[in-house]
Write a protein that binds this ligand. Structure first.
Ligand code: MN
Length: 155
């Protein structure tokens, strides 16, 4: 579909959600990597360096929050955009996801149009180039209105 498809790692243990996300994203031409296990997600991220990670929070074993923290603490993966995708829709869950290093938060059930535009906005903002190409832009809090709101909001 495109010369060099963007690679998205889906970390999700619910088979129905996996199928939904995979079908939608593959139909848009993305290359999909899948795992339902947090430890395997970390290994996959290090090896395959995806352009984006969709992170379920509630996983067997270590949580998606812990996976995110570990990815953020390693130089190989610290700049990969991570979008939390989870059924937990309450505000404190969103804050916890952002605190752990997620760049955005999407609630289930997924609203398809908003989901795809969020995915596309990250992939176009951080094109997969050299491992250091996006270092500066990713370190700027202004790149992330949701994160800025979190940091400077009333919480
Ligand atoms: Mn889950």
């Amino acid at each position: 579909m495109v010369p060099c498809p963007k690679r998205i790692l889906i970390v999700e243990d619910n088979k129905v959600d996996v199928r939904l996300l995979k079908d939608i994203l593959e139909s848009r031409g993305y290359e999909i990597l899948l795992t339902g296990d947090g430890v395997e997600a970390i290994d996959l991220a290090f090896v395959s360096l995806p352009d984006l990670i969709l992170m379920d929070i509630q996983l067997p074993g270590i949580s998606g929050l812990e996976v995110t923290r570990r990815l953020r603490s390693d130089k190989r993966s610290r700049r990969i955009p991570i979008i939390a995708v989870t059924a937990f829709a309450m505000g404190w869950h969103e804050r916890e996801a952002l605190d752990s290093g997620c760049d955005a938060y999407i609630s289930k059930p997924i609203a398809m149009q908003g989901f795809l535009s969020t995915v596309e906005s990250f992939l176009s903002r951080f094109p997969h180039e050299s491992p250091t190409a996006s270092l500066n832009s990713r370190s700027s809090v202004n790149e992330y209105p949701w994160r800025r709101d979190h940091r400077f909001g009333s919480a």
